[in-house]
Design a protein around this ligand. Structure first.
Ligand code: HEC
Length: 248
């Protein structure tokens, strides 16, 4: 599997694979639903046949989306069982079963179209939820949640840093993640770094500087406390803020 991603990186493709494949089953599922709805409203039998064919295509493409999803999960989330991953896997398997049921019932001439529409409605709700939790995975939890006292710092992180440092990583220079940065050990070092970021060898890298006009010393302090909570203390204390931590 690493081989596939390494090879893709050689030709300049470094993204996840799932987004490329996921639109086929998702779009086709929605198509099957609307064709069935059209059949029930307009009573044109060709729409019913189309709905069944489109549902079959959705079922055939779904495994590609599931497999690339699992591959991306291993590659980009290190196979960690995040809640969103559990939900998405459950939803994907449910979608597979729903589509299989739609096709099987459709083949039996006696089956009621109302039931087919109900199943396809569930399938459409399912793909909506799959999309929602996909978004949660990519955007929702780039940032660990903070207790109220640290929320100002969390907002500064979301607004200024999380784009390049999602989940405390580093999308530009992955070997220099925020979560294990030596600058988080002491506030003075952290402040100096933000004002004038440097690579470990003291050369200038790609990290933008944050002058006082962008983030005041007070804001940098709030940010620092939040980062310590989110990425340093959490490793020791399972996401609980230490009692002596305050904004002073
Ligand atoms: C445009 C992308 C980008 C943004 C925005 C950004 N950084 Fe960085 N950051 C980097 C890069 C790239 C590096 C690697 C060093 C370099 O290139 O200067 C880095 C390195 C760091 C390091 C040192 C990591 C190490 O292990 O040595 C810290 C600490 C850090 N950033 C904190 C922050 C904070 C805090 C913010 C928000 C105020 C922020 N960064 C915003 C790209 C960014």
């Amino acid at each position: 599997m690493t081989f596939i991603y390494d090879w893709l990186a050689k030709i300049g493709y470094t993204h996840p694979l799932h987004p490329v494949f996921v639109h086929f089953p998702i779009g086709l599922t929605a198509g099957a639903f609307f064709l069935m709805l059209g059949f029930l409203l307009l009573k044109q039998s060709s729409l019913q046949i189309s709905s069944r064919h489109v549902a079959l295509l959705a079922l055939l493409f779904l495994p590609f989306a599931i497999v690339t999803g699992i591959m991306d999960w291993q590659r980009f989330y290190a196979g960690v069982w995040l809640p969103e991953i559990k939900i998405k896997l459950t939803l994907a398997i449910t979608l597979f079963l729903l589509l299989a049921l739609v096709i099987w019932l459709g083949l039996r001439k006696t089956s009621a179209n109302g039931i087919l529409l109900a199943l396809l409605t569930l399938a459409v709700v399912n793909i909506g939820a799959l999309g929602y939790f996909g978004g949660e995975l990519v955007y929702g939890s780039r940032v660990p949640k903070a207790p109220v006292a640290l929320q100002a710092g969390q907002r500064i992180f979301e607004g200024n840093c999380a784009g390049c440092h999602p989940r405390g990583g580093n999308i530009i220079v992955p070997q220099l993640p925020l979560r294990s940065a030596p600058q988080l050990n002491e506030f003075g070092t952290f402040l100096a770094f933000l004002r004038n970021p440097k690579m470990p060898d003291r050369t200038t890298g790609l990290m933008p500087a944050f002058p006082a006009s962008k983030l005041s010393d007070q804001e940098v302090r709030q940010l620092y406390l939040y980062l310590r909570f989110a990425f340093v203390e959490s490793r020791r204390e399972e996401m609980m803020p230490s009692p002596e931590m305050s904004l002073q």
